[in-house]
Design a protein around this ligand. Structure first.
Ligand code: ADP
Ligand code: MG
Length: 708
């Protein structure tokens, strides 16, 4: 199913794109039944067939003498049937012994029909393909692909390596090979066009489309399989380049679309900001000032800001957000801050209330847990505009029924939890007077610059690369959970010195119920082991009031130890806490661990983070925990995380749509990224008509927000 073409200023489809968009049924021998099966592989057009790329290749370009065959070889052999018999060895099976004069080989079939059995007569020549292994009767191939080789094509071998395509029920490899062969002919006949202009290809030293596709679908005999298997062959790089370019262009067009709409310029004298700063117990770091300056310059313009602020945990993004919000309020508009969790929304709400009360600015909290009359009152206040200039909430903010009166700034905290389309939904809430809100996105998963410019090509990026002064680096220790007693002793010691500690229980298979049981059990055990201490418990099941009460008690120092599920992951701010214990750390993502660790080291005291794991550790898990031990720098953590897991895992695949790629791999192909960005400029400037077909080819039915 194709979505209707995106609205707005996407270039019109030029002549020539029609041919490649012909349905597969236009090919000889493809009826509706086959077309339906192909659709399951995402193949609907002739062009889609070309971009259904082989998973791997088999070498059937030459016949190996049986005598040269080794166990483990995947190859073609040919021989005459010497003997065929059905035997019972645990299971009924057909054994066929063939020979080519250089040696003997057994073919073993567990599934066979009478016709197959009858075919295997002495003297018949068979051409077989499969993997040789050592069996009870010497070398054998279990269930080889085979055909009779005594006809006229007896001597013929494949003239290219054989592609193996992704499978779907009811479409055989042989059929896919025939279909892709027809599609390749079309590419060579130029009905599937190369939308990259020749000058660009020459510049980038990339092969043409037809050549690249031919190579990838039918590598010539003797082709080096290693680079092909790794996706590093120039033919694959050409396709990856095109795919990355398509994604880059789609985000750039999205951005262009958004910025073509008008926004309210929010430049003002900054009187509110001055008052706010005067009451703040600290002054902003240089990095915060820089990011803020960039934000304020953006929102002073009459087109919507699209800016991402990256900053490590604890770098002080919230204050920057608050100052941006004040610019909106001063200009007579509303600002909204959207947080990924209830807990974080509540905490932001508390901070903003504390900061803005002296300025006589009310702050509303809209969470999913607010219901009934209280919710209606809040909604009314939000809709009336001037009653609540600042609104904080969770994704409950973009539910229907939430109306703003003069929304001019949308701030989103912890971007990686939200999809682009959610961001857009909130943006559409601003639609009043035909103006759109400015967007400020804050993330604590900082990623390297080139990658950011690719993953967030629709956004400008500011970086807060400095922590507020007076922080002490957290010391991270990795421990087997069998050493729990030592850990408990450390908690006791820290608390006796007046410090506080967190104990984070693991997420258990995404189950709320189990999470909460595990946290309860741990709470009971720790309270028992530490009779002199006050131990609190916070988890997602508590009502907001209860959770707040627990958090507040911890913040006031009335609790020594807080047992919690990962609900405390983001945002909790208790400077006196200096010890963090994380259970089953091997199961958590590095970004999450880094967030958790960021809960300590917020005061002047020496802080530690103890990562407990349950052995045995896989080598990858070991490496990941080593990263945590080796660095406190969020950029470094995410760089290593990207290397170990890849961007799809780290950033979330739903985020931009960018990560669901067919050929390209952002890490492997990262050296292409600067060239892709340059090429995107060239395409936008000089070849705008080629962009539409490129987007349809690579992004297809996904809409412009990256929604699938
Ligand atoms: P994050 O970037 O992780 O969201 P926060 O905005 O929660 O960080 O800030 C972490 C803590 O640092 C808060 O207690 C905040 O008040 C404090 N803070 C922010 N900026 C500064 C600064 N310039 N100097 C001192 N403390 C600061
Ligand atoms: Mg934050």
């Amino acid at each position: 199913m194709r979505a209707p073409p995106p609205r707005g200023r996407t270039p019109p489809r030029p002549i020539g794109a029609e041919a490649e968009l012909r349905p597969v049924t236009a090919l000889k021998g493809v009826g509706d039944a086959l077309a339906q099966k192909l659709a399951k592989l995402g193949v609907e057009t002739v062009q889609d067939l070309l971009f259904l790329l082989p998973l791997r290749y088999e070498d059937r370009t030459h016949v190996l003498p049986i005598g040269a065959l080794r166990a483990g070889d995947r190859t073609v052999v040919e021989g005459e049937v010497q003997l065929a018999e059905v035997v019972f060895r645990k299971r009924r099976q057909l054994l066929v012994r063939i020979s080519d004069g250089s040696g003997f080989l057994t073919l073993r079939f567990f599934y066979f029909n009478a016709q197959q059995q009858a075919q295997m007569v002495r003297g018949v020549r068979l051409r077989c393909y499969g993997e040789a292994r050592r069996g009870t009767l010497g070398l054998e191939i279990v269930h080889p692909e085979y055909r009779r080789a005594d006809g006229e094509d007896a001597q013929q071998t494949e003239d290219s390596l054989t592609p193996v395509y992704p499978m779907t029920e009811g479409v055989q490899q042989g059929r896919l090979r025939i279909l892709t062969a027809m599609a390749l002919d079309e590419a060579e006949a130029q009905t599937v066009r190369d939308w990259l202009p020749p000058a660009l290809l020459a510049d980038q030293q990339l092969p043409g489309l037809a050549e690249a596709l031919r190579y990838v679908h039918r590598p010539p005999p003797g082709a080096d399989l290693a680079p092909l298997a790794d996706g590093r062959h120039p033919a694959q790089r050409r396709l990856a380049f095109e795919e990355l370019l398509a994604h880059q262009l789609s985000l750039r067009l999205l951005r262009r679309d958004i910025q073509a709409d008008p926004a309210w310029p929010l430049g003002g004298p900054g009187e509110l900001a001055r008052q706010f700063r005067a009451a703040l117990p600290f002054s902003l770091t240089g990095a915060q000032e820089r990011a803020l300056t960039e934000v304020l310059a953006d929102i002073a313009k009459p087109s919507p800001m699209l800016r991402l602020v990256q900053g490590d945990v604890g770098s002080g993004k919230t204050v920057v957000a608050a100052l941006a919000a004040l610019a909106a309020v001063e200009a007579g508009f509303q600002a909204v801050l959207m947080a990924p969790t209830e807990l974080l929304a509540e905490q932001h709400h508390q901070n903003f209330e504390r900061w803005l009360r002296p300025l006589q600015l009310p702050v509303a909290l809209l969470s999913g847990k607010l219901t009934g009359r209280a919710r209606q009152l809040t909604l009314n206040a939000i809709a009336s505009g001037r009653d609540v200039p600042v609104v904080i909430g969770t994704h409950a903010l973009f539910q229907e029924g939430v109306k703003f009166s003069r929304l001019a700034l949308v701030i989103i905290d912890e971007q990686h939890r939200f999809g682009v389309h959610q961001r857009m939904a909130l943006r559409d809430k601003g639609l009043g007077d035909g103006r759109y809100p400015h967007q400020l996105i804050m993330t604590a998963t900082p990623i390297p610059r080139t990658l950011a410019m690719t993953a967030y090509a629709d956004l400008d990026v500011s970086v807060i690369d400095e922590l507020p002064p007076g922080r002490t680096p957290v010391k991270t220790v990795v421990l087997n959970e069998t050493r729990r007693d030592e850990v408990v002793a450390r908690i006791e010691a820290a608390c006796r010195e007046g410090r506080q500690a967190y104990w984070v229980c693991p997420l258990i298979e995404e189950s709320d119920e189990l999470d909460f049981q595990a946290a309860e059990a741990t709470h009971i055990a720790l309270a028992g082991a530490l009779p002199g201490l006050k131990v609190g418990l916070a988890h997602g099941r508590l009502t907001p009031t209860k959770k707040q009460a627990v958090m507040a008690a911890f913040k006031r120092g009335e609790l020594n130890l807080l047992v919690a599920t990962t609900v405390i992951e983001v945002g909790v701010d208790v400077p006196n806490a200096s010890l963090m214990v994380v259970e089953n750390a091997e199961r958590m993502g590095l970004a999450q661990l880094h967030q958790l660790r960021g809960r300590v080291g917020r005061g002047a005291a020496e802080s530690s983070c103890l990562l407990l794991y349950r052995g045995p550790l896989s080598p990858l898990a070991r490496q990941r925990l080593d990263v945590m031990r080796a660095t406190n720098d969020g950029f470094e953590v995410s760089r290593r995380d990207l290397e170990l897991r890849g961007p799809g895992e780290v950033l979330g695949t739903r985020q931009t749509g960018l990560m669901q790629m067919k050929v390209a791999d952002l890490m492997r192909d990262s050296d292409l990224l600067p060239r892709v960005q340059a090429a995107a400029e060239v395409m936008l400037d000089r070849h705008p008509d080629n962009i539409g077909p490129l987007l349809r080819r690579w992004i297809g039915a996904r809409d412009r927000y990256g929604k699938v």
